[in-house]
Structure formats: C-alpha cells, structure tokens
Design a protein around this ligand. Structure first.
Ligand SMILES: [Fe+2]
Ligand SMILES: [Fe+2]
Length: 251
C-alpha cells in the first residue's frame, strides 16, 4: 500500500499517493479524500498509475464508495485513465466545461459521458456526504480551464499544477528558499502571467489553509510555509510577462 495519510480526524481522512508514476513519466501525486464512507479522488492520473492506484485505494475504501472524481484540468497525467475509473466506480466526474468534449479522445465511452459534469468558469461546491468542497477558479494556472479544490475539513488546498516541483527527493518542503530551484523553471514557463498569480493569491488569502498540496512534487505544510508559497507566487513574473518579439520569430 503506497498511500500516505496527510490528514486524519474521526470522519475525515486525506491520503497522498506519490510513488505510483513510472520512472520515465513526470512524477504525479494522486489524492483520495474519505469523508464518512464516501471517497473523492483528485486528479487520478494516467494509464500506468491506474491499476496500482485502484488496488491501493481498494484497501482503504470500496471503489463503489468513490462518489466524485475531480479533474483539475485536461492534461494526460490527470485524465488519461478516466474511462477506467468511471467503469470501476459509480462516481461522477467533474472537469471544466472547456474540456468535457476532449475526454472522448482519451477513450471515454459514449455510455459514460453522462457521468462527466462540466464546471462553469466561476467554480462550484461539491457536497459529498455532507462534506462541502470548494471548487476554486484557477484559470491559466496553467490550463485555460483550470480549477483547484479547497477542503475546509482538512484545511488543505489541492493546487493542481500550481506549486508543482520536480527533481527534489522529499515529500514535505522544509527549506522554502532551497525549494525554489525545483519550482521556478516550471512556473515561469507553464503559468500564464503575474496578473493571474496576484488574483489567485488574493483569493486564497481569504481561506484558512494549513497545507498546499500540488499535483507534482513536494507539499507545503503549516501556515508559515503556505504563506511563503503564496508570497512567492504573488511576486513571480512568468509566462507572457517574460516573452518578447524575440521569442516569436520564424526559425
Ligand atoms: Fe498540467
Ligand atoms: Fe500536472
């Protein structure tokens, strides 16, 4: 069993799976929230992760008790296994309305399409067995139709690709300044602009966050580390901020 528990109370648990990705693929984290007897699976990943994740999750909760599958955006490391998950569970899936029509290209059967729900740009709330998850707009961080989940029970913000790090050998960030080297290149190239970073920072400062858990790499735990990350993001120039006409010349 590869799941690490990152939050636990009497009726609410959060598990991280961080070691299921094959070596040649970009490392990806999968998360499972169990509230009472219901499960919510976040960004389940691709085909290579699917069978291992399914067997690990089955030790924690019957797959039929997974009620919702949240897809932060349309990338293959998030959605490629969606057909398998909808076949082996009774869950409903949620993804930005920009991407629902792209899922059949990942092999989603037409009979299962009715269980995929479109999320409108403003976001929504997912209520699972009385647990209310906020689906926060995070467009252009990095996908044009992108959402994050805030779980008020565990005070975890599941930030998708925002906060992703690659190449470090730890699960929790201990030294923020040293950690920047593992995040910087990705954020400068994949995130759209500093304007969006500031909107995001203003939005999440209104929330009571204990952990920021990205879809790749290490996790930010504790209010100090969470605030360091928000400050760093808020001040980062990225994406179109860094481009000029020099970058758009025919080869
Ligand atoms: Fe992505
Ligand atoms: Fe990703």
């Amino acid at each position: 069993m590869s799941g690490n528990i990152i939050y636990e109370s009497k009726d609410h648990k959060v598990f991280l799976f961080e070691e299921l990705t094959p070596a040649s693929a970009v490392q990806a984290n999968q998360f499972l929230i169990i509230h009472e007897n219901s499960g919510v699976l976040l960004d389940p990943g691709g085909h290579k992760v699917y069978s291992k994740l399914l067997s690990d999750i089955s030790l924690l909760i019957p797959p039929n008790n997974i009620k919702a599958i949240f897809l932060s955006h349309q990338d293959p490391d998030i959605v490629a296994s969606i057909n398998g998950w909808l076949m082996t569970t009774k869950a409903e899936a949620w993804i930005s309305k920009l991407w629902t029509r792209f899922l059949p290209h990942f092999g989603l059967d037409s009979q299962l399409e009715g269980r995929v729900n479109s999320i409108d740009d403003k976001g929504t709330k997912l209520i699972i067995d009385g647990c209310e998850l906020l689906v926060l707009p995070a467009h252009f961080l990095h996908s044009p139709g992108n959402f994050q989940i805030y779980d008020p029970c565990s005070k975890i913000l599941f930030s998708g690709d925002l906060g992703a790090s690659l190449g470090q050998d730890y699960v929790f960030v201990e030294d923020f300044d040293n950690h920047i080297q593992y995040m910087e290149g990705f954020h400068k190239r994949y995130m759209a602009s500093n304007k969006i970073m500031k909107f995001w920072a203003n939005m999440v400062r209104e929330l009571d966050i204990e952990i920021i858990a990205p879809q790749h790499g290490a996790i930010f735990k504790g209010k100090d580390m969470v605030n360091r990350f928000i400050e760093w993001i808020e001040n980062l120039e990225c994406g179109v901020d860094l481009l000029s006409q020099e970058d758009y010349k025919a080869p």
